[in-house]
Design a protein around this ligand. Structure first.
Ligand SMILES: [Zn+2]
Length: 379
């Protein structure tokens, strides 16, 4: 309802450039001795986060977890539920968590160096896969489980042939064929106004915004017809940073998770919208940097290069995904037609939305079993 494609404003946005970003500490209930935080930079020098959960066993298959944009590795570690890392550890896997540059544990969504999804597909994900490979060797299987934009950018890395040899990939919500809800579809008239007013991101934590700020109209808009009185929930739940999409099924979150939403989902950068808009119009993951030779390793269109994918795929989605609708079913159908040799399964989780497939109180029962079954068949 608000987004419309917009050319980047000619007026410079106000940005504080931080050259030494530090990662916000992870929030988990694991033994700290088992959590190895690896100093990790992308090949273009951007500081990222990479975390390995050490089990003391050297023969476990590794699973790389990729969060969605504005979320972080924390989304797989919620102490208040039986989370995906718990389930993977109990089932004999070694979890690795990447905080790519869109993580809210890092500052880039609000300050510092701007980026596009090209940077994530070209630099962040391949560098993480390469590092993990260097640690585990070539014999141990390496899987990836990716959520939302983490899955979308992974699809580009895979189509570019930059992460060959993965044992299997689970993509939640979206993969190669993003299809946004109509009212969501980035009609960014307000966003363009915000850009003109020299804003470059939308915050979610009303406590840090204040009652009378430039963001107040956005929160007021999100509060209309909202059932929940919490302003952070309002800007996320049925607003998704002002896009009008639904991010999760409200009753699936525990009260603790609900109270942590501002920590789990950070500010959304407005300057990423032109790339997202181009992707949405193409209904596939397309490269932003058309003429910059530094990005030539990425195909112009990931779907057209999907023949390079050499990995079994599980496309997961909630039946009530209010952001990406039936993108995964579309992806399954398109891949079946174009690349019938690919091993593609699409699984719909009844009654689930988008983020609650990982953050939900019942996700271990309702969702993670599908992931474990897929991994078990291919480990
Ligand atoms: Zn709420």
């Amino acid at each position: 309802m608000i987004f419309k494609a917009t050319k980047p404003t000619t007026r410079p946005a106000l940005r504080k450039v931080r050259t030494t970003p530090t990662l916000r500490p992870l929030h988990h209930r694991l033994d700290p001795q088992r959590v190895e935080e690896i100093p990790f930079h992308a090949p273009d020098g951007v500081r990222l986060g990479l975390t390995r959960i050490d089990t003391g066993e050297r023969d476990r298959p590794a699973v790389l977890l990729l969060h969605g944009h504005t979320a972080s590795a924390d989304m797989f570690l919620l102490p208040e539920i039986r989370n995906l890392v718990d389930v993977l550890l109990d089932d004999g896997y070694e979890p690795w968590l990447l905080d790519w540059r869109g993580s809210c544990r890092l500052p880039y969504n609000a300050t510092g160096q701007k980026y596009t999804y090209d940077d994530v597909a070209l630099h962040d994900i391949p560098a993480a896969v390469s590092h993990i490979r260097s640690r585990i060797g070539d014999d141990r299987p390496l899987f990836a489980v990716a959520h939302c934009i983490g899955a979308l950018t992974l699809s580009m890395s895979m189509a570019a042939g930059l992460v060959p040899g993965l044992a299997g990939v689970v993509a939640q919500g979206v993969f190669l064929t993003p299809k946004l809800a109509g009212r969501t579809s980035l009609r960014m008239s307000l966003a363009s106004e915000l850009l003109k007013s020299r804003l470059d991101h939308i915050p979610v934590d009303f406590r840090t915004v204040g009652l009378r700020s430039k963001y107040t109209p956005l929160f007021a808009l999100a509060s209309r017809k909202a059932d929940c009185p919490d302003p952070t929930c309002q800007i996320l739940h049925h607003s998704a940073w002002g896009t009008g999409a639904s991010l999760f099924v409200h009753e699936h979150l525990t009260e603790t998770t609900h109270n942590r939403l501002a920590e789990l989902l950070g500010p959304a950068p407005l300057w990423i919208l032109p790339h997202l808009r181009r992707i949405e119009l193409a209904r596939t993951v397309v490269r932003w940097h058309d003429t910059d030779h530094r990005y030539a390793a990425l195909p112009a269109n990931a779907l057209d290069a999907a023949g390079r994918i050499d990995t079994p795929l599980l496309l997961l989605t909630g039946s009530d995904n209010g952001l990406w609708l039936d993108s995964q079913q579309l992806c399954r159908d398109v891949l079946a037609r174009r690349h019938p040799h690919l091993d593609v399964t699409c699984t719909e989780i009844p009654g689930y939305g988008h983020l609650d497939t990982f953050l939900g109180r019942g996700a271990a029962l309702d969702v993670f079993g599908h992931i474990l079954d897929f991994l078990a068949e291919r480990r």
